[in-house]
Ligand binder design. Sequence first.
Ligand SMILES: [Zn+2]
Length: 303
Amino acid sequence: MLKKLGALIIIQFIFSTSLYANDKLNIFACEPEWKSLAEEIGGDMVKAFSATHAKQDPHYIRARPSLISKIRRADLIFCSGAGLEVGWMPILVQKARSQVQPGNIGYFMASKYTPVIDIPNEIDRGHGDVHPEGNPHVHLDPHNILLVAKELNRRLSIIDSKNKSFYQEQYNNFVDKWQNSILRWNKEIESIKGKRIIIHHKSFDYLFNWLQLNEIASLEVKPGIPPTASHLKNILENTNKNSVDIIVVSPYDPTEGALWLSEKTQIPVVTLPYTIGGNEESNNLIALFDSSIKILQNALYDK
Ligand SMILES: [Zn+2]
């Protein structure tokens, strides 16, 4: 009898949890930072998935069949926008439901709610520039995270109105936690302001603007155009004249250019996590900023 009762309880448990799982909002995030933010605000009410991971360049992934099956079920599509996913998202979005099509509540592009920097004077996609709408890597300014979180809360509360008060509470807790972190970070970053940096791709411009670091050059000729010998030679000539403290790359950048320049100049190459999972410590948004600041502090300590 007891055995039967136990089995019944287990069956009921499986049944109720599967029902519960089906009740959750499916969030299709393009990048790990938005999956993480969706989990911060959505908590147990959402099931978030990221189309890319930290070792992939979000500009260039393949719209593979497994992504199509994920996007078909999405209640919310949550991406950076500003052209970051233009190479692979449009074909996926075609397969998604009407409520997540562009212009609808379930189609959420973070960069529409943040300032966008590096907007070129003239559109130049013909020459391969992958940032014709400005810099899409908006998540690395912590103030932008607050702006995006606010809009995310608004959208979740409309899409899943029965849980509106839950999302509001999660959002309030997140904002408190995040604002306290910004106060702490503002103290920690004092010592590195004004340091001089070369980057591979303009992935970190929002971070460096916030940190008031001085970006001297990019190894890419233009965003998305790999370093050429003549471009690297120009940078080498300039770095000989002006001191540069570090060369920064992301976990997915090709490192040949950075290593070549480092070998010629003895300027160290530093890898920043860029997003959640970019290194072991960066397993949530606060840890991502903690880790980035710690790495920069260590690298720039005696510069
Ligand atoms: Zn980019």
